[in-house]
Design a protein around this ligand. Structure first.
Ligand code: SAM
Ligand code: SF4
Length: 334
């Protein structure tokens, strides 16, 4: 009998990304429009009990790592209660959070005590005015406080997600790199992805991550490979010589990381997505309570998981819908 989450290309899936809400307190320019977003009513979101049920079944199929994301996951009231429920599930070894950081600092200790192991904080600029422009109103002080709180309570590693955009924040690459000299942070430079929106703006702002090496070299900083950073699926990691922290490059557009993809996604309204980019998804909510039905649904999702996403490139596989997702990043969970 089929038990483990292995797909047609022999990729073993041990990682589930869970979007706990599609709502957000910010409106980052690359993620959401300023106005007109429609959100799921609260009663359509999976409850903590439903999420834990799905995770329990998946833990029996080999899932070991979870990431809570969104939308903004800290908008779910008492998120630490969900973390505690998930960390009590046998087999779950690692629970990470991706957050914009605005509401994180006052809750850091409770989350850590509940079993949170790691955090990624999104921070696309170190300049208050620019940060407010990119996020359409975010207060950088709260995000910097989140980084301090994460360091203080001992979450490790702490990653900062930086989406690089030409002409918007690419002049800050050196400032982000310099942060790693005396702080144990992992800066993750992420290529701007054309997910769920019209791609004209994307094309003009897209920047290859090789720029990061060019900027390091222009400062005379030597770069060496870094290893041993937990949970770094698609990121290659590097260190500036002499630095405490590290930096990673995530380039889904120019060099897809699909060969080693070990992740499945659960949307806030209870759909399983085998691939970030394509529209295929399967509703699990009605099956919760019937473990075999949940397992079968995940197998169906895995069976159509494409070999790669060919993001922004030609479509070449016969097995997926051939329709890029209409969901925005905030609805899938990044
Ligand atoms: N609200 C949380 C946050 O911002 O960290 C979690 C959800 S957010 C969708 C997850 C990650 O996706 C963030 O680091 C964000 O920068 C990234 N993201 C959103 N839209 C993106 C895009 N078009 N290209 C690249 N990364 C994107
Ligand atoms: Fe919200 Fe995160 Fe999207 Fe920014 S990137 S709008 S913080 S969900």
């Amino acid at each position: 009998m089929r038990e483990k989450l292995v797909d047609r290309f022999n990729r073993i899936h041990d990682y589930l990304r869970i979007s706990v809400t599609d709502k957000c307190n910010l409106r980052c320019v690359y993620c959401m429009p300023e106005e007109g977003m429609e959100f799921e009513p609260d009663e359509r979101l999976l409850s903590f009990g439903e999420i834990a049920e799905v995770v329990r079944v998946l833990a029996g199929m080999g899932v070991r790592k979870l990431r809570l994301t969104g939308g903004e996951p800290m908008l779910r009231k008492d998120l630490d209660r969900l973390v505690a429920m998930l960390s009590a599930i046998p087999g779950i070894e690692d629970i990470a959070l991706t957050t914009n950081g605005i509401f994180f600092a006052p809750k850091a200790e409770k989350l850590k005590a509940a079993g949170l192991t790691r955090v990624n904080i999104s921070l696309d600029s170190l300049r208050a005015d620019r940060f407010a422009l990119i996020t359409r109103g975010g207060d950088i002080k709260k995000v910097l406080a989140a980084v301090d709180a994460a360091l203080r309570v001992g979450l490790d590693p702490i990653k900062l997600n930086v989406v690089l955009m030409k002409g918007i924040n690419d002049d800050e690459i050196e400032d982000f790199l310099a942060m790693t000299f005396d702080r144990k942070l992992n800066i993750r430079f992420i290529e701007y992805m054309p997910i769920g929106h019209d791609d004209e703006g994307w094309k003009t702002k897209y920047l290859s991550l090789n720029t990061v090496f060019e900027r390091a070299a222009s400062r005379g900083w030597e770069v060496e490979p870094a290893s041993g950073i937990t949970g770094n699926g698609p990121a290659e990691n590097h260190r500036l010589k002499g630095a405490q922290g590290t930096f990673g490059l995530i380039h889904p557009v120019s060099d897809h990381f699909c060969e080693t993809c070990n992740r499945l996604r659960l949307t806030a309204d209870g759909n399983v997505k085998p691939c970030l980019y394509w529209s295929d998804e399967f509703n699990v909510r009605s099956r919760i309570g019937d473990d075999q039905a949940v397992r079968d649904l995940f197998f169906r999702a895995l069976d159509i998981k494409p070999e790669n996403h060919e993001m922004a490139l030609a479509l070449d596989s016969a097995n997926q819908s051939h329709t890029p997702t209409v969901r925005r990043m905030s609805q899938i969970g990044g």
